[in-house]
Design a protein around this ligand. Structure first.
Ligand SMILES: NC(=O)c1ccc[n+]([C@@H]2O[C@H](COP(=O)([O-])OP(=O)(O)OC[C@H]3O[C@@H](n4cnc5c(N)ncnc54)[C@H](O)[C@@H]3O)[C@@H](O)[C@H]2O)c1
Length: 490
């Protein structure tokens, strides 16, 4: 994609360019407290304005700190509340058209579409010099995550992934505890989620369902974007696309960037070296498991191995559990204590030589259980001292818009908790688990009496992170990237 040589409004503001598109700078005191003059507002637009997109753009707008120039969505019913709220914003179905027509007005975009369209939308926006806030997981596959990381640097744009727990003071507290050597080196990490909480591991829908009035044929084509064309079905849109590899990334993609974030950040992990998994099976007849390679499995357990790092000088194995499976209470954690968070639905255990550090989703409820039986929780002043303590999602979107205003390479940019330099490698790690799951599910015609399929990918896979390649099972490498629909290649 070619970068357009247009100056954004902010560029003009920063570079002092005036003229046709210039602004009248009104002194702040004339406008009243809390009012942000247009000259200080970032022009923002939402790609995906329903679902999570609604709170992303509202938080980025921040009661007028920034101007919502446009909204883009393919389904007029999903985004109707957001459109009502920002009734002056222009409305589009095709983000390419929106960026093209409003190039001079849009400085930054939030991208909250299903996972399979994150990369194409973000790369298009970044190539035009727009700053990007992209929901988690950053991308649908590992190669896309690497491309986005490189593109943000190349185009010098300010980026942030929507794993808002990154800005939760709980994570900062855990980093401090670990750096103060409270738990010692960590050899084992356990992570779990109650997802999927949508239909998953089910047969591929058949039969044609008419498109709802709120989605045109052309807009369904836009929903599909780079994916393989399939007919509309309510088991795909909205929300349920998560359970299909064509669009989503399963339970790992949904929660991995929230729950693997704390250990990735605390231990300063890099590329993993090995991955192995097993997945839940479904039987509707005796002995022959259902074979649904298009769908993510109902449950999975994945082990990802990391080499020693400067911060954690020992090899570490991380075990991921989903679909209702979770680790058991380690001896150090009393039997009646919940694991991770209330109800034990999601959580993280980092098992160190001196104790176990644990938290729930988004780094909430950080605690340490020490080997001597003592226990600590988050220091009270740690939470109140956080500058974004009262903000929605701990100011995850707000700190991004402020960093966009300060510019690429600014202190505000460097202080972001999930810019792509961090979020890219984190997402690659999360998607390593999916690469193992898809390899595990890969059936080859064979002589087996059980469904006549062989499963050659059911083994430990060795990963070369720099080369982005599995070195001991060539067929796994098809899942590093994907086949792109014509016209939507990356
Ligand atoms: N950070 C969080 O806490 C959090 C929570 C929920 C979802 N998410 C992420 O947000 C993203 C969206 O998830 P969701 O639950 O809101 O899904 P959803 O299906 O409920 O909503 C997606 C929205 O995007 C629109 N859309 C789909 N394709 C589009 C396209 N090509 N162009 C423009 N609009 C399009 C849909 O019509 C809908 O309004 C996912 O990546 C998901 O992982 C993050």
């Amino acid at each position: 994609m070619k970068r357009k040589s247009s100056l954004s409004r902010r560029d003009m503001i920063r570079k002092g360019v005036t003229g046709a598109a210039g602004f009248m700078i009104v002194p702040r005191h004339v406008l009243g407290k809390g009012y942000t003059p247009p000259s200080d507002q970032l022009g923002i637009a939402a790609i995906g304005a329903g679902g999570k997109g609604r709170s992303d753009i509202i938080n980025a707008w921040h009661e007028g700190k920034n101007k919502v120039v446009a909204l883009c969505d393919i389904d007029t019913s999903q985004c109707k509340d957001t459109r009502k709220k920002f009734s002056d914003a222009k409305f589009y179905a095709d983000f390419r058209k929106m960026l093209d027509e409003l190039d001079g007005e849009i400085d930054a975009v939030t991208i909250s579409t299903p996972d399979h369209t994150h990369a194409i939308a973000a790369l298009t926006a970044m190539s035009m010099g727009k700053h990007v806030y992209v929901q988690k997981p950053l991308t649908h596959n590992i190669a896309e995550a690497r491309s986005l990381t490189e593109a943000a640097r190349k185009h010098k744009v300010v980026s942030q992934m929507g794993n808002q727990g990154a800005s939760n003071p709980g994570q900062e507290q855990m980093v401090k505890w670990f750096d103060d050597d409270l738990i010692g080196p960590v050899r084992s990490v356990q992570v779990w989620t109650n997802r999927p909480v949508w239909p998953q591991g089910i047969p591929v829908p058949t039969g044609k369902v008419p498109l709802p009035d709120t989605i045109s044929e052309a807009n369904w084509d836009l929903f599909i974007g780079p994916a393989k064309m399939v007919d509309y079905h309510p088991l795909y849109h909205p929300f349920k696309w998560r359970g299909w590899w064509n669009f989503g990334t399963g339970a790992l993609g949904d929660m991995g960037c929230h729950l693997i974030d704390p250990p990735f950040r605390v231990l300063q992990l890099g590329y993993p070296t090995e991955v192995e998994c097993s997945v839940g099976q479904v039987f509707t007849q005796d002995w022959v498991p259902e074979y649904i390679p298009e769908g993510c499995p109902p449950s999975s357990r994945t082990e990802i191995k990391f080499p020693a790092t400067a911060n954690n000088p020992v090899e570490m194995k991380m075990t991921w559990h989903d679909g209702g499976l979770r680790p058991f209470h380690p001896d150090l954690i009393p039997a009646n204590d919940f694991l991770g968070e209330e109800g034990s639905a999601n959580g993280v255990l980092m098992i160190g030589e001196k104790g176990i550090m644990t938290c729930g989703t988004y780094g909430r409820n950080p605690q340490i259980y020490f080997n001597n039986g003592d226990k600590i929780g988050m220091a009270e002043d740690f939470e109140s001292a956080n500058p974004n303590a009262g903000e929605n999602e701990y100011g995850h979107q707000l700190s991004w818009t402020e960093a966009c205003k300060a510019g690429f390479g600014s202190d505000e940019h460097k202080a972001l908790t999930s810019s792509f330099d961090y979020a890219g490698p984190l997402t690659e790690t999360v998607l390593m688990g999916n690469l193992a799951i898809r390899s595990y599910m890969l059936g080859k015609k064979g002589n087996s009496s059980r469904g006549n399929l062989n499963f050659p990918g059911r083994k430990r896979l060795i990963w070369d992170g720099n080369a982005m390649k599995i070195t001991n099972f060539e067929e796994a490498n098809q899942f590093v990237s994907r086949e792109y629909r014509k016209g939507w290649e990356i």
